[in-house]
Write a protein of this length. Structure first.
Length: 94
């Protein structure tokens, strides 16, 4: 599936990825931490969270699909719409 790969790559370079009409995945940098009592540490990471209030399309997914997968604008839009339809269907079934 193209969209999950796209989202993963976009979140590596951007702070957010909009799923049009659905919400936004946002990333937040988490600093490394040391836990001397546990003799452990956690490396720096990114925390991903979902914000359902931001739904306007920024076209980042479609542009990524066009540039990296060679899809036309219409194909990219169709791919995204199909993914969002499947996502909504899967969530309704839960």
């Amino acid at each position: 599936m193209l969209i999950p790969e796209c989202i993963a790559e976009l979140l590596m370079t951007r702070e957010s990825v909009v799923l049009p009409g659905f919400g936004t995945l946002r990333s937040e940098e988490v600093s490394a931490s040391i836990h001397p009592g546990e003799n452990s540490f956690h490396p720096p990471a990114k925390r991903i969270y979902f914000d359902h209030s931001l739904t306007s399309d920024d076209q980042a997914i479609q542009e990524w699909l066009e540039k990296n997968k060679g899809l036309s604008a219409m194909q990219a839009d169709t791919e995204l719409k199909n993914f969002l339809r499947e996502l909504m269907s899967a969530l309704k079934d839960k």
